[in-house]
Design a protein. Structure first.
Length: 329
C-alpha cells in the first residue's frame, strides 16, 4: 500500500498546515502555477461561507493567531475564522471566546465575520448542535468530501493523500455494516453510534476514559426518578441501565433501583435484564444489564441494524413504561 502522509501526520496541527496550504492556492498569483488547485481552493472557501458570488482578489491567511487555528482575510472586507478538529471536540468555551474576540475586531475594522467549525473526524449530533448554538457553521467530513471529490483529478500528492485519507475515514466508519461485530474498532463503533443517534433524539456518544482503558459509549432515554436520573447506555458489549446523581446511601439506592428494574422486567415477562456481575460505588452506577446477544441482533455475524434498533427501542419502551411506577427509594 502506498504510504499516505496523513497516516503519519495525524495531529490537528498537521491538518491545519494542509488547509493553510490549500487556502493559499486561492491567491491570484498562484493561478498560473496550478489552476486546478487554485479553483479548488476558491470553491472550498466559497462553500465554507455560502458565498458562491465571492470573487477573491486578495487573501491573507494566518495560522494560530491568538490560539485560533486558521484566520482568512479576504478583500479587506471578510474574515473567516476556522476551528479545525479531527477527533477531539470544542472545550473551555473556546468557540465563544474566539467569536467574541473577532467580532470586536471586525466591528472596529468594518469586516464581515464568518465562523467555521471544520471537522474531519466524527462527533455526536448533540455535541455539534452546541457548536451551532455558539454561532459556528459545522463543515464536516461529508461536506469536505463533496467539495474535494470534484477535484480528484488534481495531480498533487499532498492533495491526493489528504483526499484519500478522509475517504478512508468515511469508509472505515461504514464498515460496521459489513465487519463482524466482535472485530469492530473505534471507527466502526462511531459508524454504529452515528446510525443510532438518528433514531434516539436525546442521545449522545463519545469515548469514555476510565482506569480500565476506556470504551466507546452511547447513552439515551433519560428518566427522572426522584432525585436521580435513570438512562440506558451501551458500553463495551453490554446494554446497561444506569443511575446517576447518587451522592449518599449509594449501596441502598443502587440495590433498591436494581431490584426495581429487575422486578418490573419479570412482571412484563422480560427475562433478558439481569443484575450486573458486580456493582460499582460511584455517583453513576450500573444497576441492570442486557447481554450482547439480547440487544445486538446479527445476521451471519454482521449486524442487522434495523432489528438492533427495534430491540433497543424495546428496552427504551420498557424503561419509559415503569418510570411512573411507585418510587424505588
Amino acid at each position: 500500500m502506498k504510504p499516505n502522509l496523513f497516516n503519519y501526520g495525524t495531529s490537528e496541527l498537521t491538518q491545519d498546515a494542509f488547509f493553510v496550504w490549500l487556502f493559499n492556492w486561492a491567491a491570484k498569483e498562484n493561478e498560473t502555477l496550478n489552476k486546478e488547485l487554485y479553483e479548488c481552493a476558491h470553491s472550498l472557501i466559497k462553500t465554507l461561507i455560502n458565498r458562491s458570488d465571492l470573487v477573491i482578489s486578495q487573501i491573507e491567511i494566518v495560522k494560530q493567531e491568538k490560539a485560533i487555528d486558521i484566520c482568512i482575510k479576504i478583500n479587506d472586507s471578510i474574515l473567516i475564522i476556522i476551528e479545525d478538529k479531527i477527533h477531539s471536540g470544542a472545550h473551555s468555551d473556546q468557540l465563544s471566546r474566539y467569536k467574541k474576540l473577532k467580532e470586536n475586531w471586525c466591528f472596529k475594522n468594518n469586516f464581515s465575520l464568518y465562523c467555521v467549525y471544520l471537522k474531519t473526524g466524527s462527533e455526536s449530533r448533540k455535541s455539534l448542535t452546541k457548536v451551532i448554538n455558539e454561532g459556528f457553521k459545522v463543515f464536516d467530513r461529508s461536506n469536505l468530501i463533496m467539495n474535494l471529490i470534484n477535484y480528484d483529478y488534481i495531480k498533487n500528492e499532498i492533495f491526493t493523500d489528504f483526499l484519500n485519507y478522509i475517504l478512508k475515514l468515511e469508509k472505515d466508519e461504514k464498515k460496521f455494516l459489513s465487519k463482524k461485530s466482535q472485530d469492530w474498532n473505534y471507527f466502526q463503533w462511531i459508524g454504529f453510534f452515528k446510525a443510532l443517534e438518528t433514531y434516539f433524539e436525546d442521545s449522545d456518544w463519545t469515548y469514555v476514559s476510565n482506569p480500565k482503558g476506556g470504551f466507546m459509549g452511547f447513552w439515551w432515554n433519560y428518566i427522572t426518578w426522584g432525585n436521580y436520573l435513570i438512562y440506558l447506555q451501551i458500553e463495551h458489549w453490554q446494554l446497561c441501565f444506569k443511575i446517576e446523581n447518587v451522592v449518599e446511601n449509594r449501596q441502598l439506592i443502587r440495590e433498591n433501583a436494581s431490584n426495581f428494574i429487575i422486578d418490573n422486567s419479570k412482571v412484563k415477562n422480560i427475562n433478558t435484564i439481569t443484575k450486573p456481575n458486580r456493582f460499582g460505588n460511584g455517583k453513576t452506577m450500573t444497576i441492570a444489564t442486557v447481554e450482547k446477544q439480547n440487544w445486538l441482533i446479527e445476521n451471519r455475524s454482521t449486524i442487522d441494524t434495523e432489528k438492533t434498533i427495534a430491540k433497543l427501542k424495546y428496552y427504551s419502551d420498557f424503561l419509559n413504561s415503569i418510570s411512573n411506577e411507585s418510587s424505588f427509594v
